[in-house]
Design a protein around this ligand. Structure first.
Ligand SMILES: [Zn+2]
Length: 534
């Protein structure tokens, strides 16, 4: 009871917090209880979603424990943030980072020896230096905190071996409690941490659901991602927004394409290939943006505390649910409603793309299930809101034009016609909001999917009817109504087999191919026999 009262008084007086959130309370109490026990190297693994006040869970106990609190961050920007947080609350702390002179280090170590500071903030590389190990070994360490602990597993066995080397170091130092914090952890991360960090004892696990109820999940199917991005960011989705691309070049291309169509909307690109000063400048730029768009690889995010990001768009689907939830979790740290959007162009089928392609399973539920979590209530996704759109913008217009004028247009002449801003024929201006390049890339996707074909000579477009089925009937009807009787005069309504229903053929789910009647004499009869590539 006394402990509880102390926690609340400190929260109020030092941090200005009237009531702790339930999970903060549980974690803080747990840390302080373990501190009173005699066993060394007890461990705690805490998964708390972003925006739930994670840092307070170790900042507050650091005031109550006897020995040092050492906090390890994977990124410099996170260290600096934390130093700012401690100093703003009037708590002295020592930051040990790269590039410090010997004199400065000595002064910092003196502060520790004289007990001027009880908190050390550092990274794995610095902590592994002999002088730092020697200094830390002189003190009693009550809490060793590892924030963003999933990086130990993700990066430690790759390009940041110092992260994995924390394990033996922890075993060597006189540490009372090891605390690992992360926003999301799947079984692989938990197992990895048990293997690398909690080698002496298995940790107690405090796990809040990784669900972020203020984020809703949406999927847009598209023929051209650049076009969809541009319309969504201009008309439908709130900004500031981040667009995640899977390559560095991808961020350049997407950003430049967006800039061309929307010179008035501020946008930049960001990736790990830029030098540190550029990245810092970009982070500062985005921090102050109210309307901006940042095109980035997954290098952006951790350590950036921008709270009002309203939309996170994934141009490509990431490899796994953990990465997706981490990245989409950059949205809405302020707790206000935000959107996580995925663009699918139909070529992605494997892995996480299957989760997003589903039109029947709740996206949120499927994502959390990948982390081994169960969800009782979905606070918003396309499926649960019954707003799944399977249609791709522009597809109907393209197909209609090709069906009505088979073997007439080449991909470039058709894209020029459809994106033409002036009245030329009934199809010009149909896709007037698109650029010619966007229409062409949409056509290329349809060609790649085998829904449309081109002749070998002159590359004239035609529809591969066998790839459609149901669609055929309405297109056929359209063509018949528009030209069938008027132009040649010999076709009549009954000649057109639009009324014959498509028959499902077995497991593939494909509908039966249309076999044209020889009586109709339509040009498309000559086209249909082209084999559909499997
Ligand atoms: Zn749902």
């Amino acid at each position: 009871m006394q402990l509880e009262a102390t926690i609340h008084t400190l929260a109020k007086e030092v941090f200005g917090i009237q009531t702790l959130r339930p999970f903060q309370h549980v974690v803080i109490q747990r840390i302080l209880e373990l501190d009173r026990q005699s066993a060394d190297h007890s461990g705690l693994l805490v998964t708390l979603p972003t925006g739930s006040g994670k840092s307070l869970c170790f900042m507050l106990p650091s005031l109550l424990v006897e020995g040092l609190t050492v906090i390890v961050y994977p990124l410099l920007s996170l260290m600096n943030d934390q130093v700012r947080r401690f100093t703003s609350k009037g708590i002295g702390c020592v930051a040990i980072q790269g590039g410090q002179t010997q004199e400065l280090r000595k002064r910092l170590f003196d502060d520790l020896a004289l007990q001027k500071c009880k908190v050390v903030i550092t990274n794995a590389e610095c902590m592994g230096q002999a002088s730092v190990i020697a200094e830390l070994a002189r003190h009693r360490i009550s809490l060793l905190v590892i924030d963003e602990a999933h990086t130990i597993v993700r990066w430690g066995e790759g390009f940041r071996p110092a992260l994995a080397a924390l394990g033996p170091l922890i075993a060597f130092l006189p540490i009372k409690q090891v605390l690992c914090f992360t926003a999301t952890a799947d079984d692989g991360v938990v197992e990895g941490l048990n293997h690398l960090i909690f080698t002496k004892h298995k940790p107690h696990v405090v796990r809040a659901s990784s669900d972020r109820p203020n984020i809703s999940y949406h999927v847009f199917r598209t023929l051209c991602k650049d076009h969809t991005l541009s319309t969504l960011l201009e008309y439908s989705l709130s900004r500031p927004a981040i667009v995640f691309c899977n390559t560095r070049e991808g961020t350049h291309f997407a950003c430049n394409a967006f800039l061309r169509s929307h010179p008035g909307i501020p946008c930049r690109y960001y990736h790990a290939g830029l030098d540190a000063n550029q990245r810092k400048a970009l982070e500062a730029w985005f921090e102050n943006q109210k309307e901006g768009v940042l095109f980035s690889t997954n290098a952006f995010g951790m350590g950036v505390d921008k709270s009002n990001i309203r939309t996170v768009i994934h141009r490509e689907v990431p490899g796994d649910a953990l990465s997706y939830l981490q990245e989409s979790g950059r949205a809405g740290r302020d707790g206000n409603h935000s959107r996580a959007v995925v663009l699918l162009d139909g070529t992605e089928k494997e892995g996480l793309a299957a989760v997003f392609s589903s039109t029947t399973a709740c996206h949120r539920q499927s994502l959390l299930a990948e982390l081994g979590e169960e969800l009782e209530f979905c606070n918003g996704c396309d499926v649960c809101r019954h707003s799944v759109y399977t249609e791709r913008e522009g597809e109907a217009a393209l197909l209609r034009c090709i069906a009505v004028h088979p073997l007439h247009y080449s991909p470039s002449s058709l894209s020029a016609l459809l994106s033409y801003k002036k009245a030329y024929n009934s199809f010009s201006r149909t896709l007037s909001g698109w650029t010619q390049k966007e229409v062409r890339s949409a056509l290329h996707l349809l060609l790649a999917e085998g829904k449309v074909g081109t002749t070998k000579r002159h590359r004239r477009l035609f529809l591969r009817y066998e790839a459609y089925g149901q669609l055929l009937t309405s297109l056929h009807l359209y063509r018949m109504l528009k030209y069938g009787t008027k132009r040649t005069g010999k076709h009549t309504y009954k000649n057109v087999p639009y009324a014959s229903p498509p028959v499902p053929s077995g497991e593939t789910g494909a509908t039966q191919a249309y076999t044209p009647s020889t009586e109709t004499g339509f040009l498309m009869e000559e086209i249909v026999p082209v084999a559909h590539p499997r």
